[in-house]
Design a protein around this ligand. Sequence first.
Ligand SMILES: [Zn+2]
Length: 410
Amino acid sequence: MTLSNPWFLLALIGCIGLYHLELFATLLNMSALKAEVPDALKGSVTEEEHERTLEYARVSAKFDVLQSSLSLALFGAFWWCGGFGFMDAWLRGWHLDPITNGLGVIGLLFALQSLVSLPFDLYDTFGIEREFGFNKMTVGTFIMDRLKGLFLGVLLGLPLLALLLWLFEKFSLAALYGWLVLSAFSLLMTWLAPRLILPLFYKFQPMKDEALRAAIVKLSQKLAFPIGDVSVVDGSRRSTKGNAFFTGFGATKRIALFDTLIANHSQDEILAVLAHEIGHCKRGHVPKQIALSLAVSGLMFALLHFALHDPRLSAAFGVSHHSIAWGLVFFSIIYSPLSLLLGLISGHTSRKNEFEADAFAKEAMGAEPMVSALTKLSKDHLSNPTPHQFYVFLHYSHPPMLERVAALRA
Ligand SMILES: [Zn+2]
């Protein structure tokens, strides 16, 4: 670990820089909170409800800062005390083949990271989200979700990781093959997720409300968007937040509404939200976002190609025996600031797509059902009505609600 190692400097500046950038954005966001109810919400949001929104924003921001500070401190301490080198020596003592050893390195680090974030996840779910009335999850569901996630990770992630390690051990053009493999895998997952993975976590049931079903079918015919079945998802078992509306778009055209959405919204509002989702499909947003993410991962693999075999990469983190697995781990740390920058492009595209889908819903239904659906969702989720522009630029995949309402009414 010396200052003459460029990877060491990059990692140090990257980690500290990212932390301060996030802190700065959060502080700006807090300073943009307004004590009085914004004009556009007067009449639909009371003073007390607005006060609760501000409180939720402050509590969440404090929690984020605490989590990122403690995580950075722990990561720094682990790095400084030679944790990576110690882990490497211990694993090499087992005399495993390179691929099993690599799976050990990445699996162990993943387990450590999950262990560190577990208390934060528990406090977030059963402290903050429960206090504000969102969490409906029992400890049993929380544990089962974790176990299912772990099972899926082992079932899907482990073979994929082993394949990537093998490619990098064998071929000089492994970065290209790796990119192709990962692209094929993510395309497969967009097809598999609604069919196999979501049903592991949620229960899908046929919609019983015949009037609503008929209205949905009528709307989809009007918009020339043929649909298969319409089902209801038991989102209420986990959270009162009904923010994911439909799944399995694309080839399946299977519409699934969260029960929380149905319970809290009028028929016109539900149809407007559905028209918005159909707008995403009709404007080809999903394939565009997938193409963008494949391009971004292509760039990542290209950079990986140049960095992976440099032993100074491992030396920067106190590991004297460079390997493919350590190279992947340390590259991912060095890559994270660039990943944030590239994420800004997809965030910007995503916000632009939301405006387009809103405009589509307006064409189908008029502006008001969408406006009232957005206002209600924002109110029910205690969404910050006045986030700072810089925070939106960094983190928001959807434009702030007031901007969407203004665009709908324009
Ligand atoms: Zn959308």
